[in-house]
Design a protein. Structure first.
Length: 134
């Protein structure tokens, strides 16, 4: 009685769209995948985790430039340059997953920005190499 309980938040898995309940403690409170097998199916694809992370950054912070993606991308042992980020974004633009927003005519020195244009789970897009453009 009179104890505040943290609410259970439901999110969908980034690979299979199953519902995942986030637990109120730190170890389980930040899930993106429903199971270890979903996570492994994404990680074992070629550059799967890198591609998923880039798309997640664009979805969360978009519209964002390649330099912004490179600045927000951090793992324990790798860094990403803006040129590498631009190459990943170019791949996803060719597949029709993200779109490029050109800078306005008044300010052509500003970089092009990108945003995600699909509602599909990003893990599924990366794992199955989905192409939305013909």
């Amino acid at each position: 009685k009179n104890h505040w309980k943290k609410p259970k938040i439901e999110v969908s898995c980034d690979v299979c769209e199953n519902t995942v309940k986030l637990e109120p403690y730190e170890k389980e409170g930040n899930k993106h995948f429903c199971s270890k097998s979903c996570w492994q199916s994404l990680v074992t694809t070629k550059k799967g985790m890198t591609h998923w992370t880039v798309l997640k950054i664009v979805k969360l912070y978009g519209p964002i430039s390649a330099q912004g993606v490179a600045g927000r991308y951090c793992t324990n042992n790798t860094i990403m340059t803006s040129r590498t980020a631009a190459n990943h974004l170019k791949l996803f633009r060719a597949r029709g997953i993200i779109e490029m927003i050109n800078p306005p005519i008044e300010n052509l020195s500003s970089p092009a920005t990108y945003q995600v244009i699909t509602d599909l789970p990003l893990g599924m897009v990366v794992k199955d190499k989905i192409k939305l453009k013909g």
